[in-house]
Design a protein around this ligand. Structure first.
Ligand SMILES: [Zn+2]
Length: 305
């Protein structure tokens, strides 16, 4: 979510709270078997974002029509945040940790919703991060900066760790988003003794593998689960149920390296449509699970639930 001014965000959030009722925060957990794994998608709540973030440079009429079709007619929209939990024979694995309590009042519901799904956070053994943005990383620590899952080990893509901890993090982002860097470093500092830096093709456990999907952020990765036609937990490669599929070339404000993000989107879409693998999208409508089909010269998302 680059160029995201904290002030804009806070104003947008406040306005939203004032003008409409919040949707129910606790969606019923969605769970299914996939190969040797049991997969549960748990909501962390949602983000409230300016609609203009979706694709500011796209042709206005086409963008308008698409947003209307997605039911997004106002200045702001709610972006769901779906956290994936994978149970293997020996491990309970969390993919991303949600926003925690310092990003937006509408998010940070993961721990309550996990409990509602009958999952004990104390039993989480491994945490894998797709990238270092607030809505994926800031739930790592509690209000005292202590780890929420102190017994877990953590897995971060090497390129992502290097980006947020290196000099280019502040150079590559607009000044008003320095808070994102501070937040990433705060959460990374809490895991530094327990983190394992990983690369593309590394297995976290047998059948659960890191795949390289850079562009949204410099070191953004997705997670592939073996079994039947495959399942890819795609993080923020495909963030909107219509735009990301019909117009993968449009540039959401959130992408750090826009042209690389477009190339990654096209590559993942092609793979998903060819392999018929399932996709779980972090920001797609809960539970964010579906398959991708080719449509005209592009693609469409077909929700499975
Ligand atoms: Zn995100």
């Amino acid at each position: 979510m680059s160029k995201l001014s904290r002030r804009t965000l806070l104003a947008a959030t406040a306005a939203s709270l004032a003008t409409r009722a919040l949707p129910a925060s606790a969606a019923a957990p969605f769970a299914f078997k996939h190969g040797a794994f049991e997969v549960t998608v748990v909501s962390d709540g949602h983000l409230v974002l300016p609609t203009s973030f979706l694709a500011p440079s796209a042709p206005a009429a086409e963008r308008e029509a698409l947003l209307n079709a997605a039911g997004q007619t106002g200045e702001q929209y709610n972006s769901p945040t779906n956290v994936t939990v994978v149970r293997s024979e020996r491990d309970l694995i969390l993919i991303d940790m949600g926003s925690g309590d310092r990003f937006m009042p509408t998010a940070g519901k993961l721990w309550d919703n996990l409990k509602g799904a009958g999952i004990d956070k104390a039993k989480i053994t491994k945490v894998v991060f797709t990238h270092g943005h607030p809505d994926h990383l800031w739930g790592t620590v509690d209000e005292l900066d202590d780890l929420v899952t102190p017994d877990a080990s953590f897995f971060v893509a090497r390129a992502e760790w290097d980006f947020w901890t290196g000099e280019n993090a502040t150079r590559g982002l607009p000044a008003e988003r320095a808070g994102f860097v501070t937040g990433a470093r705060r959460n990374y500092a809490a895991i530094k003794d327990k983190v394992k830096l990983v690369n593309a093709e590394d297995d976290i456990v047998a059948g659960l593998r890191i795949i390289d999907t850079p562009g949204h952020t410099q070191g953004h990765v997705s997670i592939e689960l073996a079994g039947s036609d495959g399942l890819i937990v795609g993080g923020d490669v495909l963030t909107h149920p219509l735009i990301s599929f019909q117009y993968p070339q449009w540039k959401p404000i959130a992408d750090h390296v826009p042209d690389q993000a477009i190339a990654t989107r096209r590559k993942l879409l092609d793979r998903l449509a060819t392999d018929r693998s399932k996709l779980i999208g972090f920001h797609l409508p809960y539970p964010g699970i579906g398959v991708v089909e080719r449509k005209d010269a592009a693609y469409r998302f077909v929700p499975a639930a």
